[in-house]
Write a protein that binds this ligand. Sequence first.
Ligand SMILES: [Zn+2]
Length: 78
Amino acid sequence: MKNFYKCAIIYPSNLIGFMEIVLMINKLLSWFKEECPHCKQQLIGQGSTTPATKACPDGHYKVETHPLLDVQIEYHTK
Ligand SMILES: [Zn+2]
């Protein structure tokens, strides 16, 4: 019975810690997935041209990646 109480006390805090990690990973993943920061839709690649351009389907957001310059240019249109 003593052990049960220990678990009951320890588990919630562990779960919260775990959730924080999951949220952090989701943030990183969403960054790599390249969602529109305004409507969270996945960005659509626009051909394989250089610079590579990805844009929100609703046109809120556009990213140009210049691999040679190692630069990303973001356009926010709301
Ligand atoms: Zn959008």
